[in-house]
Design a binder for this molecule. Structure first.
Ligand code: GUN
Length: 294
């Protein structure tokens, strides 16, 4: 078994980005690429994701800013915050960290984001363009998965790829990306969800298994074909006495048993989570260059 090392690949990409920022922005005296994040409430996981994004921005030389609002913010005021960022010429791209409190309609917020600044790739315009193979912002986690497969030269063409979970953020877009006429792509994709029957039979036939189901340790060794490639998108905080924070991260896949059977696997932490952050930085650079024309 080989590890698909998110730290190694994300560090390589950050070095490439920092080099590009120096050559094309710093040395030319231009305003540095700027990523903003909107954070509503005090969910610890969301806070830690946003802190990770800020840290990564600093590492590559981007400007980052975070707009924090209490969970009591009204939908109307949050829409106004989105409008403000849509019009702020000093911001190249921004994200609204999800999930949002229950009284706010997430789709309404996402639809309000200017597609040209939607570096999360959640806006229907970007999702639609992605399906049509047109230039678009691709959501960071699916993009990170594709980059990982690409950098490790894992062939997807003609492969049997099974995706567990149909979220709008990961499962649905990655299943579309892998079935597109592109490279990586050209895979035969099966998208599984809570109504799928005989799940084990389907997962056991996967050459590439992508798990984004949000259930701790859901995938066991008996669900995985020998020598399969396993991508674990799960991220669960499990209490631990061995860490300073009092918790450790674990995935949707039982790493100890599955890693003995597969050819490649992403660890948690140190896998797809880090790829998500660098993909967001890559999208921000695209936004700063106004590379995508609508
Ligand atoms: N919540 C979990 N993942 C993400 C993500 O990639 N972007 C945003 N905005 N919120 C998330």
């Amino acid at each position: 078994m080989k590890l698909l090392d998110g730290k190694l690949i994300s560090d390589q990409i950050k070095t490439e980005l920092a080099h590009e920022v120096k050559e094309n922005w710093l040395d030319k005296g231009k305003r540095l690429p700027h990523l903003a994040a909107v954070l509503v409430g005090d969910d610890p996981a969301s806070q830690s994701y946003v802190t990770g994004k800020e840290r990564a921005c600093k590492e590559v030389g981007f400007i980052s800013s975070v707009y924090r609002y209490p969970s009591s913010i009204s939908e109307r005021n949050l829409l106004e915050a989105v409008d403000f960022l849509n019009h702020d010429e000093d911001v190249d791209g921004f994200i609204v960290q999800l999930p949002l409190p229950g009284h706010i309609n997430e789709n309404r917020i996402i639809e309000r984001i200017d597609p040209g600044k939607d570096v999360d790739g959640f806006h229907p315009v970007n999702l639609g363009r992605m399906i049509l193979n047109l230039p678009a912002y691709i959501s960071a986690t699916p993009m990170g998965i594709l980059t990982m497969l690409d950098r490790y030269k894992i062939e997807t063409e003609g492969k049997n790829c099974v995706v567990l979970g149909r979220s709008h953020i990961v499962g649905t877009p990655v299943s579309i990306l892998l079935s597109r006429k592109a490279n990586p792509g050209n895979a035969t994709v099966t998208l599984c969800h809570s109504y799928t029957r005989d799940l084990q039979k389907i997962t056991s036939e996967a050459d590439i298994l992508i798990v984004a189901i949000g259930q701790l340790g859901f995938v066991t060794a008996d669900m995985v074909k020998k020598d399969a490639v396993v991508i674990d998108v799960g991220m669960h905080r499990v209490p631990s006495t061995e860490t300073k924070s009092g918790f450790r991260l674990k995935g949707d896949v039982r790493f100890d048993e599955v890693s003995k059977k597969c050819s490649y696997i992403t660890p948690v932490p140190g896998g797809i989570g880090l790829m998500t952050v660098v993909s967001l930085l890559q999208n921000t650079l695209k936004a700063a260059k106004k590379e995508i024309k609508y």
